[in-house]
Design a protein around this ligand. Structure first.
Ligand code: NI
Length: 169
């Protein structure tokens, strides 16, 4: 089922998600919904916070459903390694219409569980490393807008506040 994606300002996006403890039907349904919602958006990543569920789960698929091998489901993930930096423009399904350059690791190794609770480790560089850091931030209640500084951040936040006030957000 496609779920509504929350937008900047809605509380679950700004809160830390809790560890998944049960690999039950509810979790399977949540993950299926997240994948469907990500593909429908369309986007290359989605964290559970974005559909209002404060659980440490995210999905990433750089091919947006074109290549089954590209789908990554991460439960209770943690970085094992992060190195280097990259500076690229990015956006977020929870802040539609906005983009900004964000500093991200050039390379990252992420360990966590798959949807059945099995251990998995994924090595990433480039766009995938960027996506991992973006989704990990979501699980900690941080959006890319929060990673910006000074005037850049203020400009986006002010525009969003204006949109919210007029009911266009
Ligand atoms: Ni996002």
């Amino acid at each position: 089922m496609i779920r509504p994606i929350l937008r900047y300002g809605e509380r679950p996006l700004h809160e830390r998600a809790a560890d998944v403890t049960a690999f039950d039907d509810d979790l399977q349904r949540l993950i299926d919904d997240m994948i469907e919602t990500m593909y429908a958006a369309p986007g290359i990543g989605l964290a559970a916070n974005q559909i209002g569920v404060l659980r440490r789960v995210f999905v990433v698929d750089l091919s947006i459903g074109q290549n089954a091998n590209d789908l990554i489901v991460m439960v209770n993930p943690a970085f094992v390694e992060r190195e280097g930096t990259q500076l690229e423009e990015e956006g977020c399904l929870s802040a539609p219409g906005f983009n900004a350059t964000v500093v991200r690791p050039a390379r990252a190794v992420l360990a966590g569980l798959d949807r059945h609770g099995e251990q998995q480790t994924v090595e990433a560089s480039g766009l995938l490393a960027r996506a991992f850091q973006h989704e990990m931030d979501h699980l900690d209640g941080i959006l890319f807008v929060d990673r910006l500084r000074g005037i850049k951040r203020e400009l986006i936040v002010r525009k969003i506040q204006k949109l919210r006030k007029t009911g266009k957000w």
